[in-house]
Design a protein around this ligand. Structure first.
Ligand code: PRP
Ligand code: HPA
Ligand code: MG
Length: 172
């Protein structure tokens, strides 16, 4: 029996179905509705962090009736080596300004490095993720569910339904 410390980070899996993601993203929208922008008024734009933030951002924008939806793309890996994350595609910065009244949405925060970079460009935006791990929590203003740092979150777009062997180990 391996020690807990021998586990690979993704051995503890948290599997999220489309239905669960929809419910959790709606819960996030509900939380954000009662959390008005600093300067008052309503949320005026949503920025999704591609690609994982796009599905939750669509659901949040629909619930909050936000019609301006844009994307920001951050590249974190270079030939499988983790490097300083870099923004490779910006949203329309004439529209986003310093981020006041803007919601930045991602599926999850893990180490927080992606959000750290995004925040530099939209310092007044409100940052929200559906899921959060402890190391990244300081980078998020709102989230729904926290999982432990050694849990790997599996999203529905990375999974497929497949046959599972019965417990007794035979198909006879
Ligand atoms: O908090 P961090 O440690 O920076 O990690 C979190 C980021 O990692 C994943 O995206 P990824 O860069 O794998 O790209 P993807 O959204 O296109 O899958 C996830 O969707 C977050 O955006
Ligand atoms: O737990 C995770 N799941 C999917 N993608 C990720 N990117 C960083 N952490 C994760
Ligand atoms: Mg992502």
């Amino acid at each position: 029996m391996p020690e807990m410390t021998d586990r690979l980070p993704h051995e503890k899996g948290f599997h999220v179905s489309w239905d669960q993601l929809h419910r959790d993203s709606r819960a996030l929208a509900w939380r954000l509705q009662s959390h008005k922008p600093e300067g008052g008024g309503e949320w005026r734009a949503v920025v999704a962090i591609t690609r994982g933030g796009m599905a939750p951002a669509m659901i949040v924008a629909r619930e909050l009736n936000v019609r301006i939806v844009d994307t920001i793309s951050v590249k974190s890996y270079n030939h499988q080596e983790q490097s300083e994350p870099k923004v490779i595609k910006f949203p329309d910065m004439d529209v986003m300004g310093d981020g006041e009244g803007v919601l930045i949405i991602d599926d999850l925060v893990d180490t927080g490095r992606t959000l750290e970079v995004v925040r530099k460009h939209l310092p007044k935006a409100h940052v929200a993720t559906v899921y959060a791990k402890p190391m990244g929590r300081p980078q998020v203003d709102s989230f729904i569910t926290e999982v432990s740092q050694d849990t790997w979150i599996f999203f529905p777009w990375d999974m497929a339904l497949q046959y599972v062997k019965p417990f007794h180990g035979t198909n006879d």
